[in-house]
Design a binder for this molecule. Structure first.
Ligand SMILES: C[S@@+](CC[C@H](N)C(=O)[O-])C[C@H]1O[C@@H](n2cnc3c(N)ncnc32)[C@H](O)[C@@H]1O
Length: 412
């Protein structure tokens, strides 16, 4: 998602909804932050995603790359087609999208595949993995006319008959609940969300177990190095490994492309980043207060690249490569696409340019040009990371071609 600056005005005190107050009371007054985050996002009745309340897109709560228009999918489609084509010369294939949001990326990719790679499309089914019923309901509407057969499933159900295909995880891992930890001057403690005098607050909880030490050390949070002041807080990502393991069990063979905002550990856990990366989004506004109006705001934390890589390794994924979104999209032909739009615009009519660019009004052309520039803006979406992994028998994976998104950009 794009990151609007947090409002300079202090957030109003968080009102505690009755459902949350009751649960906190039943839990003895407080719960680990990860439990709170999972409730606030994924509770089927009260959660921001679980209820289907959050809307993705420029007119909704926050914009993501695919929500800016069909060009993102058009640029990504050759990469998906390359991978699907490498996986099998014949037989069924799957394009699995986890966390499809409004469903527009899945729909646009299906349309691109059907139009540009009909032989592959004829063998490919679309599989949507969406645990939140409220979101899945809107995805079904969006995909009503999808040119590929599509179904909704879970990684657990798919594991009964693992698929051969490509998994796409666009801005989904940042919706997994994170653990918040805080330094008390001597120990790392879990942060808890507590009900205190009718309001929510974060408070230090139990110390992290000794088993966490190797992970903390790998992230630069233990041992010699810059000291952090008392109260310095950040996030850990305990749900990554189970998610990647479940995803891996659903896939017999093929790549996984993770696209998300991610930082190297030295940047994520830099002493100067004293309060982690957690942010809340609603109605195109950003807030640094994760306790504000629980169940009405998206809560999201960046990924830590080393934590993701370690979790992927532990769950049997082999890294293929990674780069920033700006570089990936330029390799996939964004500059040529931009140039093509400008040609059509300059001609002042839809008659010129490639067929895909025909029948566009001037307003649409300008909006698409703007969207393309936002996708590669290094201060925003262009700084997202594309991280690819793969799994499967060595015979199926021998010498795959370099992914298109990691190649040198073609000359404009
Ligand atoms: C930030 S939205 C991203 C939507 C879309 N991929 C996009 O970029 O426009 C996160 C999506 O992931 C879904 N989600 C949350 N947790 C998930 C999980 N554990 N597995 C799969 N999807 C999940 C949410 O319901 C929502 O559809």
């Amino acid at each position: 998602m794009e990151f609007p600056s947090p409002s300079p005005a202090p957030d109003p005190p968080a009102a505690v909804p009755a459902w949350l107050a009751e649960r906190l009371a039943a839990a003895g007054g407080s719960v680990p932050f990860a439990t709170y985050m999972a409730w606030a996002l994924h509770d089927p009745e009260h959660g921001a995603y679980g209820s289907g309340r959050l809307q993705v897109g420029p007119g909704g709560d926050f914009a993501t790359s695919p929500s800016l228009g069909p060009d993102f999918a058009a640029l990504l489609a050759p990469q998906i087609a390359q991978w699907l084509g490498e996986l099998a010369a014949d037989g069924p294939l799957a394009l699995i999208e986890a966390g499809p949001g409004e469903g527009s990326l899945a729909r646009d990719l299906a349309e691109q595949l059907a139009a540009g790679w009909p032989e592959l499309a004829a063998r490919t089914e679309l599989v949507l993995v969406e645990p939140n019923a409220g979101m899945a309901a809107r995805q079904r509407q969006c995909l009503a006319d999808c040119p590929l057969p599509c179904r909704w499933s879970s990684f657990e159900a798919l594991a009964a008959a693992p698929l051969r295909g490509v998994v796409l995880a666009h801005e989904v891992l940042d919706a997994l609940a994170v653990e918040r930890i805080t330094w008390d001057g001597a120990l790392w403690r879990r942060q808890r969300v507590a009900l205190h005098q009718g309001a929510l607050r974060l408070e230090p909880g139990e110390p992290l177990e000794p088993q966490a030490s190797p992970q903390l050390e790998a992230l630069g949070l233990l041992g010699p190095g810059p000291q952090r002041p008392v109260g310095w807080s950040t996030e850990l990502h305990p749900e990554l490994e189970p998610w990647l393991a479940a995803c891996g069990a659903a896939l017999a063979c093929g790549p996984l492309l993770v696209i998300d905002y991610a930082l190297e550990a030295w940047r994520y856990y830099a002493p100067s980043r004293a309060d982690g990366t957690l942010m809340a989004y609603r109605g195109q506004r950003a807030s640094g207060d994760p306790l504000r109006e629980p169940g009405h705001w998206d809560l999201t934390a960046h990924l830590c690249i080393e934590s993701l890589q370690a979790a992927a390794h532990a769950s049997g994924w082999e890294p293929i490569g990674q780069c920033r979104q700006g570089e990936a999209l330029l390799s996939l032909g964004l500059a040529q696409r931009l140039h093509g739009l400008q040609q059509v615009q300059a001609a002042g009519a839809a008659a010129a340019g490639p067929a895909v660019l025909q029948e566009l009004s001037l307003g649409t052309l300008l909006a698409r040009r703007e969207a393309l520039l936002r996708l590669v803006d290094p201060a925003a979406l262009g700084d997202f990371r594309w991280l690819a992994f793969r799994r499967g028998p060595a015979s199926a994976l021998a010498d795959p071609a370099l992914p298109l998104f990691l190649r040198e950009p073609p000359l404009a």
